[in-house]
Design a protein around this ligand. Structure first.
Ligand SMILES: [Fe+2]
Length: 173
């Protein structure tokens, strides 16, 4: 499927979802989704508030690392290499990061107060999934296509470093 990027390029995700950077980015999203599913199961099941809070804090930490990587490394490099032409697309993603953090805070408060967190969890998850789809259909393939190989290699190594602590502390039930 070809997609008009608005910056004079056609991105075909099928041809740009390869290589270490792409693998690392996909793995990061898979890790976040796994951690979100653990939280979902605990909220829906009979877990104690502490167990829910533990799954929440693992997810929140992983998400914070991922956003930091995107905001401080991936997005600036993409802006550089596109001469700022990816600005509009990246601005949308950054606004969604802000909104996701706002919803995460509401969820955190619901969990801490002992209120049923289901509604705030669903609101968070809905935006999270459209946000990830947006990244994976445009900005990730663009990064993989336009960033020089040396930069892709470096960013892939940084993702590994960012994700490793999250994997070590992974909750699985
Ligand atoms: Fe992302």
């Amino acid at each position: 499927m070809k997609r008009q990027t608005g910056i004079g390029e056609h991105v075909d995700p099928a041809h740009t979802n390869q290589g270490p950077l792409s693998n690392g980015l996909n793995r990061a999203h898979e890790g976040l989704n796994r951690s979100l599913r653990v939280l979902d199961r605990r909220i829906a099941g009979e877990s104690t508030r502490d167990e829910i809070a533990e799954a929440f804090s693992h997810f929140a930490r992983t998400l914070g690392n991922h956003f930091r990587f995107e905001e401080e490394e991936l997005f600036p490099n993409l802006l550089l290499v596109t001469g700022n032409q990816a600005r509009a697309a990246i601005d949308v993603l950054l606004q969604e990061h802000v909104e996701l953090m706002r919803r995460l805070e509401i969820l955190s408060q619901a969990i801490a107060s002992g209120r049923d967190p289901k509604e705030s969890f669903d609101a968070f998850r809905k935006l999270m999934s459209s946000h990830q789809a947006r990244e994976m259909s445009l900005v990730y393939p663009l990064s993989n296509m336009l960033l020089p190989p040396s930069v892709r290699q470096l960013l892939a190594a940084h993702i590994e470093e960012t994700e490793a602590p999250a994997r070590r502390g992974r909750s699985s039930s």
